[in-house]
Every structure is written in structure tokens, then in C-alpha cells.
Write a protein that binds this ligand. Sequence first.
Ligand code: NAD
Length: 260
Amino acid sequence: TLKGRIAVVTGSTSGIGLGIARALAGAGADVVLNGFGDAAEIERIRAGLAEEFGVRATFHGADLSSGDGVKALIDHATATLGPVDIIVNNAGIQHVALIEEFPPERWDAVIAINLSAVFHGMRLTVGGMKQRGWGRIINIASAHGLVASVQKGAYIAAKHGVVGLTKTVALETAGTGVTCNAICPGWVLTPLVQKQIDALAAEQGLSDADARAKLLGSKQPSGDFVTPEQLGGLAVFLCSASADQMTGAALTMDGGWTAQ
Ligand code: NAD
């Protein structure tokens, strides 16, 4: 059980982050939610988690595209709940374009949120974890942290960077009671991926169902989406004593994507 542990999950108002926050709260952790969205809807999610699982849950809407934003989130967590025991660096964005057409400001934004925010999140929490002799760092990379696809240069650079950075921090924390791992999901049906399905449907005149099947068929041998609940289960495992010796790993959950 994670009773008494304090977990920050970045980008947890939607998709994978929300699935992981739910799973950690379900295991007893107090959670700090973060991300964008409708204030009333976010408050409903926050209050729902606190009530359903009997944990403390707070929200801070920091924009993690700057180091100051990440610091504001960690400061909020520490001030309201206490020192951070678990950080899940999950917030992320995508931009799809050929490299010669890639808008430099989209490159900067993807690197800032998908890579630099992971650095800041770890930078600001790992010292305290080491001091207290226990901590869990979970970085949400991607199958695209291990292999590439066309038109996702910034995302792939960032996610490969996350996998590398995860290994460095695993080495720097080895033997301290802190572990640092990356999770590499395949396709998960979240708003981030639905946008790509919509684009494919529009471009090729496909129905939503056909576009989904085509997206899966191109990369994911299982033919099914990974779910936020399944990723939540993996995150809870990484926080358990069974995973005390698992560190520096890039764990795939991708329906066979990277086995090909
Ligand atoms: P999503 O769009 O459903 O959720 C992204 C979350 O990040 C939201 O809560 C959003 O508000 C938040 N966010 C975005 N920009 C932010 C910013 N600047 N500051 C703070 N919060 C911000 O996306 P998702 O699919 O759940 O993706 C979550 C993570 O999983 C990302 O890192 C993504 O790259 C990764 N991932 C997704 C898939 C997939 O198939 N969906 C696969 C592999 C990896």
C-alpha cells in the first residue's frame, strides 16, 4: 500500500496521467493533479478521487513549459501535502510535421514540455527522496523513446532523451532507496491520439473506426489500444516493494510495437 506517500502526477487532468493518478490514489497515495482543462471538471475529478479512495488530493494548474512552472507545482505539493515521494513526469504534447516544415516554436514547445519538464521535475524532487531513503520516479516516455516514425522529430528526440535521462538518474540514485524508470506506451486512445486519428480520417476520407484501425494496424500488432488503467497498474507496481531493484528500465507496454 502507498498510504502516506505523496505523489505528483504531471498532466493528470486527462488521459494516461489521470489513469495513473487514479491508480496511485486507489493504492492509497495522496495525489497532486496538474494540467489544463475546465476548472469545474477538474474540481469534480479532484474531489471524486479524494472521496472514492479516502486520500488527500489537490490540484495545481502550473504550465510546465518553463522551469518556474514545474517549481510552482512542486512547491504547491510540498506546502499542501508534504515532501514528494513519487513523481510521475507525464505531461506531454505532440506535433506532426516533416523536419523541413517543422515550426521551430513547436520544436521548442515539445522539447520544453516533453523533455525539460522531466529534468526539472526530477531536479526538484530527487534530493529530498534520497535524503528520506525512499522515492519513485516514473517518466512517461513512449514507444517513440525507443524507435522512430516519420514526422515526429521533436517528440522522438524528446522521448529518446527521457529514456537516456532516466538511466542517468537511476545510476545517480542507485542504492539510495530511490528508483527511476521510464514507461514506454504504444497507442493509447487519449485526446492526444484522437487528434491524429481525426487528421488521418480527414486526410484519407476514412470513418473514425477505419482511421483507428489503420493507426493501430500500422504500428501495434495486438490491434488494440493500451489503456490508462493498464498503465496505472504498471505505475503502482513500480511503486511497490517488488520493484525495489527495478531501476533504469524502459518498460514497454505497447501491444508488441517495439518487438517488430
Ligand atoms: P493527453 O493530451 O490526454 O494528456 C496530456 C496531459 O498533459 C493533459 O492533462 C494536459 O492538460 C497536460 N499538459 C499538456 N501541456 C501541458 C503543460 N504545458 N503544462 C502542464 N500540463 C500540460 O495525452 P496522453 O496521451 O495522456 O499523454 C500523456 C503522456 O503519455 C505524454 O507524455 C505522451 O507523450 C505519452 N504517451 C502517449 C501515448 C498515447 O498513445 N496516447 C503513447 C505513448 C506515450
